[in-house]
Design a protein around this ligand. Structure first.
Ligand code: GLV
Ligand code: MN
Ligand code: MN
Length: 376
């Protein structure tokens, strides 16, 4: 399976969507059934033994004994591009079709983005034995036809002794340097919250400004602070949500990233302190729920750098600002990650793409990596 076939399969998976005309595929949504059928078929064609676990991760196994796991995620953000996640799964399938090598597990994680329930990494967390057990997640698992009691069987076998993830860079660095590939040395930590401002809904035409408790206006002031601190509110909902009603509640997401965990925690403290201060001054209340507190994680670089060199490409180390399944797997096994240049630096957008020549390069590096990989 060559680079063009890898890209063709990614584009085929992009047709599996909850929203016609867009690529939107959240955790255990209906199009995941078709994804399982397609990916499972390609895995079987590559000679792999396929199984889907109780959180919807699909796995294909080659050979017996101590093994390397290769993979990434199959879910997407709303209105996504066609390569974030799925490219890493298709790379794994492609490498299995190559020359005989070490025993492998190729995995497509069911959830990484955190879109459906605000909690990311549902797939990889089940694999490392730290499953998300929120009632809403368990209900979704049952609705899809899986049994939450079987989640422990999603866990990594003791035979897996390393993890490798291929992923588009999702930023402009490699392109600006004229490089096809980057070796990830660390992945920035993330904090995610749901923050809710509550005020009092009232008539937009009759309520004087000084008598209002406008939850959305409070949230808007707070979003300015979030931006000044270099963090993101990507989603907000006002209730009841009508043009002639002052918002009684405003529910917002908060996403804070930093390569240094101490700095990330300082920023979170500052933003939440600011939320309290704004709410108090405006006669609102504010509450939050933390959805993620993921420390920054170092990746294994040595063997991957040697593989990049052996394949004849320049070695460049870099930090990932985006979160990846590799940071979860790193809690259990040595994890390595290779970035492919993102044309235009674009990701989480329909224009996201990858160059065939960079997929050729990544396949060559993967082959070299497998050639010299030994279980630790
Ligand atoms: C994953 O795409 C992330 O939010 O970093
Ligand atoms: Mn993503
Ligand atoms: Mn991704």
């Amino acid at each position: 399976m060559d680079a063009h076939e890898v890209i063709r399969r990614c584009r085929r998976l992009a047709e599996c969507t909850e929203e016609p005309g867009h690529i939107t595929r959240t955790f255990l949504s209906p199009p995941m059934r078709e994804v399982h059928a397609l990916v499972g078929g390609w895995m079987r064609d590559a000679g792999l033994q396929v199984r889907v676990d109780a959180v919807g991760n699909i796995r294909g196994a080659r050979g017996e004994g101590p093994r390397l796991m290769i993979g990434s995620h199959l879910d997407t953000v709303p209105h996504a591009g066609g390569f974030d996640g799925v490219l890493g799964v298709m790379m794994g399938v492609a490498l299995c079709g190559g020359p005989p090598g070490p025993p492998l597990d190729v995995i497509g994680f069911s959830e990484e983005e955190g879109v459906r329930f605000g909690t990311p990494f549902i797939g990889s967390r089940a694999v490392i034995g730290d499953p998300v057990t929120d009632a809403a997640v368990l209900d979704a698992i049952r609705e899809f036809g899986f049994d939450p009691a079987a989640i422990p069987r999603a866990e990594l076998s003791r035979e897996v002794c390393g993890f490798l993830e291929f992923h588009i860079e999702q930023g402009p660095v490699l392109e600006s340097l004229g490089l096809p590939l980057g070796v990830v040395e660390s992945i920035a930590g993330q904090s995610r919250f749901e923050v809710c401002f509550t005020g009092k809904a009232n008539h937009a035409g009759t309520t004087p400004m000084h008598l209002r408790h406008d939850a959305l206006a409070g949230a808007a002031e707070w979003i300015g602070l979030v931006e000044r601190e270099g963090a993101t509110v990507g989603c907000i909902a006002a209730e009841p949500g009508a043009s002639n009603v002052i918002a009684g509640a405003a529910r917002a997401s908060l996403d804070v990233r930093h390569a240094r965990d101490g700095e990330r925690r300082r920023i979170v403290e500052c933003i939440l302190h600011g939320a309290r201060e704004i709410a108090l001054r405006r006669g609102l209340t504010v509450e939050w729920e933390q959805r993620l507190d993921q420390p920054a994680v170092a990746m294994e670089c040595g063997a991957l750098e040697r593989a990049v060199e052996a394949a004849g490409y320049p070695v460049h180390r870099m930090v990932s600002g985006a979160g990846h399944d590799a940071m979860i797997l790193a809690r259990k096994v040595p994890a390595a990650m290779l970035f492919l240049r993102s044309p235009g630096g674009i990701s989480h957008h329909p224009d996201e793409t990858v160059l065939a020549e960079d997929v050729v390069a990544a396949l060559a590096v993967g082959a070299k990596y497998l050639e010299s990989w030994r279980p630790e």
